[in-house]
Ligand binder design. Structure first.
Ligand code: NDP
Ligand code: FE
Length: 509
């Protein structure tokens, strides 16, 4: 057998669903596949799938002997029993663990446990994030990622090449420790959506209660039948605009944070970090809510529902009527209705454009500057237009009845968007913008102070004293917060800060 043929030969232990899908995919990718089964004589794979008629069926032992790269496609519970007899034969081979867990664990991973069972084998965690169905049917899957981890770099490279040959996109996660993260991946259930959805539901309930109070309890403006469309439509609109403001408010908070600490090297607080990371979800939720508002408004667009957008529908019939009486009614919208519609439509179209750029196929075509333009400039423009839409509807009422302005939903829902827009305006002022840009390029307000106070050429157990280079990577303010008799130090990776006293200093160069 030529070396090339040997190189493209792989073994698979187990003959279940995943194993069959994997074998088929590997065959189509030009590999020579050997299946290792506990009872090879009983298996007739070609009867299950004709494509598998070229696959060799061997015992587990023979399969391990014949291939240097072996997929372990059995459930983890059966791995120990299967491998115990073959520990020696597996020495030096690459064993790819594809198993998944029922529950995530931060303490260990299946792959690490397998590595303990066969310590002299190069265990690789990979392919567990692809379902048997996708493996078998989805050939146009170059965007599908395969996460790979192993303590052997050579094994990671070899498995990455196999993944590429199978038209997947390998992602190297480094050492086998990362298998914990990889095994958590298939168990996730939209974790990044939970917070934003919870927030939106909370805000929706608050607005709904407020609407019920002002429309039904404080006043009897609407009938209870109107709760489903007339009142809920307003709740969707108010929640949509609030969520949209919250989406854009996060970046202003981040700027305030950086200005306050005078550096970009301090980590954001956890809540702010989470908020910043959830902006995409918040934006998409606000888009969904505003879409519901648009559909409901279009369906109910009539003088009865939108009485302030149309002329009065009241007809005056003369009391002394003796002849047929014809009264023409102009049912076109007044200026307020037309202006509110126009601004609302433009706001919605801008929102649709922003939304479209979140699709990976569109995002990939944008450069960094274009993406920022759409997400930041167009996003704030959409928020401004949404506020404009509300302003057109609310302003006449605010001016005519200022005493009940806090009962006006148009006023109440505009407060947060105005704060968001005013903060954005403030940070766009040239002097503020210049300062923020300087911070974002790495300049630190406390740098000069640090230069005087913190530079001490000492080393200590993996930590180095804060010097100019270290100070750039970490907040000098934090570093200088050590008491007078302690020297501020940071670890070599730059992620941890420590205060050490002079007598602990081991090595003064
Ligand atoms: N199915 C899927 O979509 C995915 C599965 N995976 C992982 O792939 C692995 C295999 O899954 P799947 O193919 O669905 O499982 P199956 O139950 O369909 O197949 C498991 C295979 O393991 C072999 N095996 C070895 N020892 C034992 C034993 N003691 N008891 C029972 N079977 C044994 C059997 O083959 P034989 O009888 O020939 O020895 C059996 O066919 C699992 O770890 C799973 O987490 C990962 C991603 C997706
Ligand atoms: Fe509206």
């Amino acid at each position: 057998m030529s070396r090339k043929e040997q190189r493209r030969r792989v073994g698979i232990l187990g003959t279940g669903d995943f194993s069959r899908a994997l074998a088929k995919r590997l065959l189509f990718s030009g590999y020579d596949v050997i299946l290792g089964s506990r009872k090879p004589e009983k298996k007739a794979m070609s009867a299950i799938d004709q494509c598998l008629c070229n696959v060799q069926f061997l015992s587990v032992e023979e399969c391990i002997k014949s291939a240097s790269i072996i997929f372990l496609a059995v459930h983890f519970d059966n791995v120990k029993e299967l491998l115990t007899e073959h520990v020696v034969k597996l020495e030096g081979k690459i064993l790819i663990d594809v198993s998944n867990r029922d529950r995530p664990s931060s303490v260990t991973s299946n792959a690490e446990l397998v590595q303990k069972m066969v310590p002299r084998c190069k265990v690789v965690k990979a392919f567990n994030v692809i379902s048997a169905y996708a493996m078998e049917n989805d050939y146009n899957s170059s965007s599908k990622q395969i996460f790979i981890s192993s303590n052997s770099e050579e094994a990671r490279d070899k498995v990455a090449n196999i993944a590429k040959d199978m038209n997947f996109r390998p992602v190297d996660f480094g050492g086998l420790f990362a298998a914990r993260r990889i095994e958590k991946h298939p168990l996730r259930l939209f974790p990044e959506w939970r917070g934003p959805l919870g927030f939106a539901v909370g805000v929706f309930n608050v607005w709904l209660l407020f609407l019920i109070y002002i429309y039904y309890i404080a006043d009897s403006l609407y009938k209870w039948e109107q709760l489903f469309v007339k009142v809920l439509n307003k709740a969707f609109c108010l929640t949509g605009i609030t969520t949209l403001s919250v989406t854009y408010l996060a970046s202003s908070f981040a700027t305030v944070f950086q200005i306050y600490y005078g550096t970009k090297h301090i980590r954001f607080s956890r809540w702010l970090d989470k908020w910043l990371k959830n902006r995409k979800q918040l934006g998409l939720i606000s888009f969904a809510l505003i879409s519901i508002h648009v559909i409901m408004s279009v369906l109910t667009m009539s003088p009865t529902y939108f009485s302030s957008w149309y002329p009065s529908t009241a007809i005056t019939v003369p009391a002394n009527l003796t002849a047929p009486f014809q009264l023409k009614q102009g049912m076109w919208m007044n200026w307020k209705g037309e202006a509110a519609c126009l601004v609302g439509i433009i706001a919605y179209v801008v929102l649709c454009c922003i939304c479209a750029t979140t699709f990976p196929s569109v995002t990939d075509t944008l450069n960094w500057r274009e993406w920022r333009f759409v997400q930041s400039k167009m996003g704030h423009a959409a928020l401004l237009l949404s506020v404009g839409h509300v302003l057109v509807m609310g302003l006449p009422e605010w001016l005519s009845k200022p005493q009940i302005i806090f009962k006006s939903i148009t006023f109440m829902c505009s407060i947060l968007p105005w704060i968001t827009l005013l903060l954005k305006l403030l940070f766009s002022l040239p002097c503020v913008d210049r300062y923020v840009m300087k911070l974002r390029k790495g300049w630190e307000r406390h740098e000069d102070k640090c230069k005087a106070d913190c530079v001490r050429p000492v080393k200590h157990e993996g930590y180095v004293a804060i010097d100019m280079n270290a100070g750039k990577r970490m907040s000098c303010q934090d570093a200088c917060a050590c008491p007078d008799d302690k020297i501020p130090m940071m670890n070599i990776g730059g992620s941890d800060c420590a205060c050490a006293s002079d007598d602990l200093v081991l090595n003064v160069p």
